[in-house]
Write a protein that binds this ligand. Structure first.
Ligand code: FES
Length: 264
């Protein structure tokens, strides 16, 4: 009788390797208490593994909602670092604390009454001029935004540049937590982007055309047809639809213009 040597299955090997990695525990300090957590876990997963339950301070788990601001320090380093708990992986002996909410100043305003004059932002957020250009805000930003440059742009009255530089802000507030000028950069930028979008950028004509077409009822027949379509058929239509590519330009149109034509 011959014994065949079993060939290693690459999928099984990868799964086993993953299990081994997950099984390796490291110690971290969460809110001052020591826990053993699996290496390779994000701070968020490690905290849950340690028994914490996120009621606040957790949203998308994908680095886009900004809800999970965290401060940490590594042993032997005096520096306090900041990160998003859902993105940063744990490191041995790190000290971790969550700051799920930061009570930053958010000005109240009636947006419809605001113009694109920078002075209106200055009036709502006079603390803008307390910025001493230390750049701690930029160093704290998990999105790599040049926060200080965006604040400097606003101080010069350049709303467009501030909106452009802060476009990827996820409102986590970590910049504010490190700012000793006490600025709420993320709220100030949000106002700048709103003003930029509503008062500076030209209106999107194609959007206005489409809104008009919808309100004139040009898509009613198609919608009615879809409403009366069986679920299986709807699923098939959805799965087989032509998806607009991420890199599509302004003039992209689906190859099959059937639905657009029907609306005319
Ligand atoms: S949970 Fe949304 S950014 Fe971390």
């Amino acid at each position: 009788m011959s014994i065949k040597e079993k060939k290693p299955n690459p999928v099984e090997t990868a799964v086993n390797e993953q299990k081994q990695v997950a099984a390796r525990l490291i110690s971290v300090y969460i809110m001052g208490k020591r826990y053993e957590v699996p290496e390779g876990f994000t701070i968020m997963k490690a905290m849950e593994y340690a028994g914490y339950k996120f009621i606040r301070g957790c949203g998308c788990r994908g680095g886009t909602c900004g809800a999970c601001g965290t401060v940490y320090r590594k042993p032997g380093d005096y520096k306090i670092q900041v990160a998003l708990a859902c993105q940063k992986t744990v490191e041995p002996d790190m000290y971790i604390a969550q700051i799920p909410f930061f009570p930053a100043n958010r000005a109240s305003y009636e947006f419809s009454k605001l113009t694109s004059a920078p002075e209106e932002i200055f009036k709502l957020y006079p603390e803008l001029f307390r910025c001493v250009a230390c750049n701690a805000c930029s160093k704290a930003c998990p999105q790599g935004i040049e926060v200080m440059d965006a604040i400097s742009a606003l101080k010069r009255g350049d709303i467009s540049e501030a909106a452009r530089l802060s476009f990827e802000c996820i409102q986590c507030g970590l910049c504010t937590s490190r700012c000793f000028g006490e600025l709420a950069q993320y709220h100030i930028f949000q106002l700048a982007r709103r003003i930029y979008g509503a008062r500076v950028l030209p209106r999107a004509e194609h959007l206005a055309d489409m809104v008009k077409a919808v309100s004139e009822g040009k898509y009613e027949a198609i919608l009615e047809k879809l409403k009366n379509t069986k679920e299986d058929e709807l699923k098939k239509l959805y799965q087989e639809r032509e998806v607009e590519p991420v890199s599509a330009g302004e003039d992209w149109k689906p190859k099959d213009g059937k639905y657009l034509q029907e609306a005319r």
